[in-house]
Structure formats: structure tokens, C-alpha cells
Design a protein around this ligand. Structure first.
Ligand SMILES: [Zn+2]
Length: 88
């Protein structure tokens, strides 16, 4: 269980610090590349506003705390089938 979280700060550290362009999109894409649902191993959708990672297959919302996605089923919130987070 110890390796269940991934630090986004480690990802950002690999980007040249001198670059003045916004890096958010880049970091998001990298995050989603390496993160998968721990339950079904499927892809996750990043919900920037709410800082959640959504697995539509399992209807789980994994929290992101202090830039660290918490990829634990126990910490995830189960979404109702009608939850707007499951759309789009
Ligand atoms: Zn899943």
C-alpha cells in the first residue's frame, strides 16, 4: 500500500524551471498517462475544479490532496449513477 500515491511535484521537477509558459496542461497529461484506476486499471478523468480523479467504470472519485492523487479504493467516493461527474 505504501506505493499507492504519486507525487505530482516529482513530475513537475522534471520540467525545466526556466520555462515561463504555463505547465498545467502538460502536467495534467503526464499525470493521466501514469495513473490508472487501482480497481479496474482503467483510465481516469481529471476533474480540475474539484481536484478529483474519476473512474467512470467503477463510479469512483479519487481525491487529490496537496497535489498528491490518493489512489486508494478506501479513500475514494462512490458516485451515484446520475452524478454529473460521470458525464462528458
Ligand atoms: Zn476503475
Amino acid at each position: 500500500m505504501a506505493a499507492a500515491t504519486v507525487s505530482t511535484q516529482a513530475l513537475q521537477a522534471s520540467v525545466p524551471a526556466a520555462c515561463g509558459a504555463p505547465l498545467e496542461v502538460d502536467v495534467d497529461a503526464r499525470l493521466l498517462d501514469i495513473l490508472a484506476c487501482p480497481v479496474c486499471k482503467g483510465p481516469l478523468r481529471y476533474e480540475r475544479k474539484q481536484q478529483l480523479l474519476i473512474c467512470r467504470g467503477d463510479r469512483l472519485a479519487f481525491p487529490i490532496r496537496e497535489d498528491i492523487p490518493v489512489m486508494l479504493e478506501d479513500e475514494a467516493r462512490t458516485l451515484a449513477p446520475t452524478d454529473p461527474l460521470l458525464e462528458s
